[in-house]
Design a binder for this molecule. Structure first.
Ligand SMILES: Nc1ncnc2c1ncn2[C@@H]1O[C@H](COP(=O)(O)OP(=O)(O)OP(=O)(O)O)[C@@H](O)[C@H]1O
Ligand SMILES: [Mg+2]
Length: 318
């Protein structure tokens, strides 16, 4: 099934069933998203202007993709024009969690000759999505130069977008770090597990060795309580201060909530399936934080010593 159309008489958005190239066991039946772009509402006073926000982590599976997709929807519901870039180029998940089936994806742009504009499609609540591929090794190990090229071509679809949200792959690999470097704001996600917040610190340390536009901030996902999340953030903050001389801002928490895995199984954002769930409330609070964020200094490398994470630097378990 193929559908196509024009938006404002210019960019075409297409969706199709995943063919043999991208067929996935978890793939949902293709949908035809609305191709008519929402009429832009007057921007709220606090609306960010063409900012790039990267959501990253040291450890995998901490909830980045769920946070990105639902945060995008929460912001869109407040009138922000959001573009989600699935930065996990070789192991894409954003389309699965949104229940959309792209006709084209970043593979067609990076390895083929599709313009980025042809790849952008519309997801729930009018968010726009640049989907990536799954199971393409060449894209998973994309070099810094070609990652940079993708980021540069974002400028061509950026005109009518207020905020670009990047879902990065996990880990301290070059690809995740390069994507984070391009961001005006970086949120490092951890869970209360010691392995996760130890890896979050490692990620912060690796980032601190690069020129960044901001100091990374921290979000605790799957917290059992606000207190637990605060305790985790306090530990990461104190180690980052002591060993990197960095003041890591705590950007809040998302509670552990059954509505998240239930929605993943349904391939629907939990903000849609369980709008009043504890996780949804936390995402709305995070959206408020994104809208109200104070401007970051741009182009200024952040301070921080070089070197590997030593055992001393690993935050103690809670
Ligand atoms: N707040 C939460 N409460 C309960 N379960 C959650 C929560 N957030 C995420 N999960 C679960 O954690 C799992 C991983 O989530 P997700 O795919 O978003 O992580 P990720 O960081 O993007 O993973 P990867 O590093 O592989 O890209 C999912 O099965 C999801 O249901
Ligand atoms: Mg993910």
């Amino acid at each position: 099934m193929t559908s196509e159309g024009t938006t404002n008489g210019t960019a075409k958005r297409r969706v199709r069933a995943r063919g043999a190239k991208n067929a996935r066991p978890g793939g949902k039946a293709p949908r035809t998203p609305s191709i008519a772009r929402r009429q832009a509402e007057p921007p709220p006073e606090s609306r960010p202007r063409r900012k790039v926000l990267a959501i990253t982590s040291g450890k995998g599976g901490v909830g980045k993709t769920n946070i990105v997709t639902n945060l995008a929807i929460a912001l869109a519901r407040q009138g922000v024009r959001v573009l989600v870039l699935d930065g996990d180029f070789g192991l894409a998940n954003v389309d699965l969690l949104l229940g959309i089936a792209p006709q084209y994806d970043l593979q067609d742009h990076i390895l083929g000759d599709r313009a980025l504009d042809d790849i952008v499609l519309e997801g729930p609540d009018g968010i726009r999505v640049i989907p990536a591929s799954s199971g393409v090794e060449e894209l998973a190990n994309l070099d810094e130069y070609r990652t940079e090229c993708v980021l540069r071509s974002l400028a061509s679809v950026e005109d009518d977008v207020d905020l670009i949200l990047i879902d990065t792959p996990s880990g301290i690999g070059t690809h995740a770090v390069s994507l984070s470097q391009a961001a005006d704001q970086i949120i490092v996600v951890t869970t209360p597990e010691p392995t996760a917040f130890s890896d979050a610190y490692a990620m912060i340390k690796v980032l601190s060795q690069r020129p960044l536009k901001c100091t990374p901030s921290l979000l605790v996902n799957q917290a059992n309580s606000e207190d637990e999340a605060l305790e985790v953030s306090r530990r990461v903050q104190s180690v980052a201060k002591r060993f990197l001389n960095l003041d890591i801002e705590y950007w809040g928490f998302v509670l552990a909530d059954e509505s998240v895995p239930k929605s993943v199984v349904r391939q629907e954002p939990f903000l849609s399936t369980y709008p009043y769930s504890p996780a949804s409330s936390c995402i709305y609070r995070l959206a408020g934080r994104v809208l109200g964020q104070s401007p970051q200094r741009k182009g200024v490398p952040i301070a921080g010593p070089q070197g590997l994470v030593t055992p001393d630097e690993v935050p103690e378990g809670v």
